[in-house]
Design a protein around this ligand. Structure first.
Ligand SMILES: [Ca+2]
Ligand SMILES: [Ca+2]
Ligand SMILES: [Ca+2]
Length: 283
């Protein structure tokens, strides 16, 4: 399989010379974090591939140790002004594969959005390699782990149900899986711990809004806001990811932001004149 990829890559070089009249455009890039079923980011030994629906390899990229934005892959898909055999066009749907050294994961749904965007644009997408036999969005290994834990804790054995709420904390099991909270403890739920306005500081010279919550490793969090709850128009908000109230103001703002470590997280929402409603989202 890997030999085949090498031969195809040589093919890309010859095609670009053979398609006179077609202009090469800046590539469309996918980047993000590629994780195992425990949401631990890979650091090496894994390769991600993008193919067109005819099976032709368009791009490949190895994972690397997560950078400061906790991304560990960047896959640039070559684009051209007109369809060619080895390039993609805007709006085309791709098929992604991941080779982790023992398994070749082939699934169109691997990438949250498999549609090619505009030349030069970047799509941020975190990928979790899970085996989901029953298609409920929850990893098989995790399902059996919860079944076993529940039996050990309560003596109850039944097949894991993503729609049930075992600990009756108001959040269904499947959503607790996504948020990384314990579905067998009502003390652990995805909530905003605190929302407050901090006093003015010398660094920023104005008050700033803060949203604080406990983040779980491997999740991606977004802050969205709306000026009204009547017919709300939720807008993504850039925010700063830090565990320190006194962090330097020059830190980069992200939206959404991926979290590599568990811990309390403070979102500094840029100050604005209007009153806002905020929502915290986890994926
Ligand atoms: Ca499942
Ligand atoms: Ca629950
Ligand atoms: Ca819970």
């Amino acid at each position: 399989m890997k030999k085949g990829f090498a031969i195809i890559l040589v093919g890309i070089l010859s095609v670009s010379a053979a398609t006179a009249g077609t202009v090469a455009l800046p590539p469309f890039t996918y980047t993000g974090r590629l994780m195992n079923n425990l949401r631990v980011a890979y650091t090496e030994g894994v390769t991600i591939y993008a193919r067109n629906t005819n099976g032709v390899l368009l791009a490949r990229a190895p994972v690397f140790a997560p950078d400061i934005s906790v991304r560990n892959y960047a896959l640039s898909v070559p684009l051209a002004s007109a369809p060619t055999e080895k390039t993609a066009v805007v709006g085309e749907r791709l098929v992604f594969e991941v080779d982790d050294g023992s398994t070749l994961w082939v699934e169109q749904a691997l990438m949250p959005d498999n549609t090619v965007g505009n030349p030069g644009a970047v799509a941020v997408a975190d990928i979790v390699l899970v085996t989901d036999t029953n298609g409920n969005g929850v990893d098989d290994t995790y399902e059996s782990m919860i079944e076993t834990l529940r039996y050990e804790l309560d003596g109850l054995y039944e097949q894991y149900d993503a729609n049930a709420d075992y600990d009756k904390d108001g959040v269904p099991n499947g959503q607790e899986y996504l948020a990384g909270t314990d579905p067998l403890s009502d003390a652990e739920t995805f909530v905003i711990d605190e929302m407050q306005n901090l006093a003015p500081t010398i660094a920023i010279q104005s008050s700033r809004a803060v949203i604080r919550f406990y983040a779980t490793r491997g999740r991606t969090y977004s802050v969205v806001s709306s000026t009204s709850l009547d017919n709300p128009q939720w807008q993504a908000q850039p925010f700063r990811l830090t565990d320190s109230e006194s962090a330097a103001v020059s830190e980069v703002y992200y939206s959404p932001a991926s979290v590599e470590q568990e811990g309390s997280v403070i979102f500094y929402v840029p100050s604005g004149a209007e009153a806002m409603f905020y929502r915290l989202r986890v994926e």
